[in-house]
Ligand binder design. Structure first.
Ligand SMILES: NC(=O)c1ccc[n+]([C@@H]2O[C@H](COP(=O)([O-])OP(=O)(O)OC[C@H]3O[C@@H](n4cnc5c(N)ncnc54)[C@H](OP(=O)(O)O)[C@@H]3O)[C@@H](O)[C@H]2O)c1
Length: 222
């Protein structure tokens, strides 16, 4: 995916979406914020600056080459139904962590295995589903500081995964291939553990880091 691709962030008025949108726009990417309300989307875009624009979710998804979805688990089904007519043939990057309040420190994965697999089944096979950003704290991403968190990227299509790793890197984080879409369950589950660690050890947004010297994968190796 080339750097001129348009990125739509559905639910981009929220904590995670706004932070991703701002970082990508600041890095020179064309980014459109989506919201259930076009006015809210434009207001958020104006506030964030960096040339961001805002549209209703469906219009943002229609305009995007890559569509990042940043809505709560409870809103995943309705939001994906809204954008489904506009994302066939595109990469959709789902960031959903399947938290079920009030027990957000307990792993509660959906029957599909993960929120990412649920997204794939809700959007259908015409969409190339990737998942990412599960373990990064939005309030840290909202600053310009270095964020001490690797971002694991999951998907069954290697090129789509690689395009998403590039996007994560463009946002100033280290994106790492995490393998098949089904592996997303591990990162989604880990978020409940990070929330537990935040509470137990009074951490302001714990993250994850993969240790060891990494050698960039060849085309065959990822
Ligand atoms: N926050 C984090 O630190 C973090 C970190 C990693 C992953 N995540 C995951 O990223 C996703 C977004 O998290 P967030 O904290 O950014 O969420 P959020 O701020 O609570 O909500 C994001 C946006 O979703 C839309 N939304 C909220 N409720 C909705 C509903 N009932 N129906 C349809 N749309 C609704 C809203 O946009 P409009 O009102 O403008 O439509 C809202 O601005 C979640 O799945 C979360 O688990 C979050």
């Amino acid at each position: 995916m080339n750097a001129a691709a348009t990125i739509a962030v559905v639910g981009g008025t929220g904590k995670l979406g706004a932070a991703i949108a701002r970082r990508l726009a600041k890095a020179g990417r064309k980014v459109i914020i989506g919201s259930r309300s076009a006015e809210s989307a434009q207001a958020a875009a104006n506030e964030l600056g960096h040339g961001l624009t805002g549209l209703a979710n469906a219009d943002a998804a229609q305009a995007g080459d890559i569509v990042i979805v940043t809505v709560p688990f409870a809103a995943q089904e309705a939001t994906l139904a809204e954008i489904r007519p506009h994302v066939a043939g595109k990469i959709v990057v789902d960031t959903t962590v399947p938290l079920v309040p009030p027990k957000v420190m307990r792993v509660q994965l959906p029957s599909e295995g993960s929120a990412a697999q649920r997204a794939q089944s809700l959007l259908g096979d015409a969409v190339t589903l990737v998942s990412a950003f599960h373990n990064v704290a939005a309030h840290k991403l909202a600053s310009d500081d270095d964020v001490a968190c690797d971002v694991l990227v999951f998907g069954d299509d290697k090129e789509a995964r690689a395009a998403t790793v590039d996007l994560v890197n463009a946002a100033g984080l280290r994106g790492l291939h995490g393998g098949a879409l089904a592996n997303s369950a591990a990162a989604e589950a880990l978020t409940s553990i990070l929330i537990f660690i935040n509470k137990t050890y009074q951490v302001d947004g714990a993250g994850i880091a993969i240790t060891g010297k990494l050698i960039e994968p060849t085309n065959e190796g990822f």
